[in-house]
Ligand binder design. Structure first.
Ligand code: GLN
Length: 485
């Protein structure tokens, strides 16, 4: 045991300890590995931890005598390819798969001197909102182990909330950074589409997803976003950020206008979530903001459009898992039976459901009725946001309509599971950024505030987030985690 208290340790503070010489990168990594050994058997947030590899990477940073973030640990969602380290995407079909290269975001983490603690659990191929669709069993929410941590980046959320990593990377196709951040009392940033490279991210729905930070504080989110947001020759859709990402500090909101789409809040929002949301509006007003009504008339069709477009893209992306090129292979008498047996054994029920929906929506007779129609709705949703941002600087909503639900509660009802994304997925359809923040507790579980901005407004979102954070004074460490489980 190293004596370093990693519970609630922010990455910024960890950097401070390292740079002040109060600990070495190796000691810090060891402190997290010790914590993981105690806590992860209960939380099940890591799919892969390799202490020797982590300690060797930490020693290399100590030897190099690096600066800035050098030696700060991190955890990566197991959807991100890691060279020479198993990468499963939460699926049986990739069990034992070892990538030959790093995802761009992992390579950037390595260049910054970050030390990987391991790979985190997720819903299979990032399809889900609870991690219960992982082929390797669900992750438990550190705030209440009988509840889900959200998903699909539930492992990346739980490791941070449990003190098993100072921060992590997740991916967000329809809410998978923001909703687990909300359920676990963290900050999660969904960046503007195209600002972070998707190279080496195992693809679910390419036109919707981005990698982003999951952290204890808004400043940590900015620090990690500085590392990953960059142009890349490997991803033709990536331009990097328009402006350099700044470290935010809390300030007032004078002269700013925030829009609230009240119609979205009429149904299905838990009373505790609504009460915390209303309190945030009062905070915003006290800080000088004007709160105005906005309408997003098409966003109520976001769920339907998303659950056509995302499965359509998934059905194409997942065709590469054929028993020949990657991972699992189940032999059969001929190549067709080999494909079928491999895919039948390798994919779980939610992935099969999506492949079937997507294939149907793209098939010749139905393409115009479903896929093309959904793309039209997507354009209308983007126009809704454009219209709203003509009159306001940012839009406020809860991130999720509920707090973390019990494990098993929605597993048999895919539509109830999908409904949890109601506030997050219009943002992906529009390709714009959003920041999720802890927003007090509702019945002892984290509630959330989502700040949505126009494309490339990350600096504004982080600045607003830092101001809300200073007012909320959220204690981001679950009580159960202080006792060490
Ligand atoms: N929960 C949504 C889905 O199941 C979003 C997942 C994600 O953002 N990766 O598709």
């Amino acid at each position: 045991m190293t004596g370093i208290d990693v519970i609630g340790l922010t990455a910024e503070r960890a950097m401070g300890l390292l740079r002040a010489g109060e600990c070495t990168a190796e000691e810090l990594a060891q402190a997290y590995l010790d914590r993981i050994a105690v806590v992860d058997p209960e939380v099940h947030a890591y799919l892969h931890v390799d202490p020797e590899r982590t300690l060797a990477a930490a020693r290399a940073q100590d030897a190099a005598g690096g600066d800035a973030l050098s030696g700060v640990p991190i955890a990566y969602k197991d959807l991100l390819s890691t060279k020479d380290v198993p990468t499963t995407a939460g699926s049986r079909i990739l069990e034992g798969f070892i990538p030959i290269q790093d995802a761009d975001v992992v390579a950037r983490g390595n260049e910054a001197g970050l030390v990987s603690l391991g790979k985190t659990n997720l819903d299979e191929f990032a399809m889900g909102s609870s991690t219960e669709h992982s082929a390797y069993g669900p992750t438990h929410n550190p705030w209440d182990l009988t509840r889900v941590p959200g998903g699909s980046s539930g492992g990346s959320a739980a490791v941070v909330a449990a003190g098993c990593a100072p921060w992590s990377l997740g991916t967000d196709t329809g809410g998978s950074i923001r909703q687990p951040a909300a359920f676990c009392g963290l900050v999660g940033l969904m960046p503007t589409y195209g600002t972070v490279s998707r190279f080496g991210v195992i693809a679910f729905a390419c036109s919707l997803e981005q990698v982003g930070p999951m952290t204890l504080t808004v400043r940590d989110a900015a620090l990690l976003h500085q590392v990953i947001a960059a142009d890349s020759p490997n991803d033709a859709t990536c331009t990097g950020p328009r402006d350099a990402i700044e470290l935010p500090s809390a300030g007032r909101f004078d002269g700013l206008r925030f829009g609230v789409p009240w119609a979205e809040l009429e149904e299905g929002v838990e009373p505790g979530i609504r009460a915390r949301f209303d309190e945030s509006l009062a905070i915003a007003k006290n800080l000088g903001a004007e709160i105005v009504d906005v309408e997003l008339p098409y966003s109520r069709h976001g769920l339907a459009a998303y659950y056509v477009i995302a499965p359509a893209e998934a059905s194409a992306n997942l065709s590469r898992f054929d028993g020949v090129r990657y991972g699992l292979r189940v032999d059969g008498p001929d190549i067709r039976s080999m494909y079928e047996a491999t895919r039948d054994a390798g994919f779980g029920p939610e992935v099969k459901r999506r492949i079937m929906i997507g294939t149907y929506a793209l098939s010749a007779g139905y393409h115009d009725a479903y896929y093309v129609q959904a793309q039209r709705v997507r354009t209308l949703i983007r126009q809704d946001f454009d219209n709203a941002f003509a009159g306001v600087d940012a839009i406020l909503l809860p991130t999720a309509p509920t707090t973390a639900f019990p494990i098993g509660a929605r597993l048999d009802d895919p539509l109830a599971m999908y409904a949890n994304d109601i506030f997050t997925l219009p943002v992906n359809l529009a390709g714009i950024p959003a920041l999720s923040l802890p927003n007090g507790l509702s019945d002892g579980l984290p509630s959330s505030l989502q700040i949505i901005g126009p494309a490339y407004s990350e600096n504004l979102l982080l600045r607003l987030g830092a101001a809300f954070e200073a007012e909320h004074q959220f204690d981001f460490v679950p009580a159960a985690m202080r006792g060490g489980l």
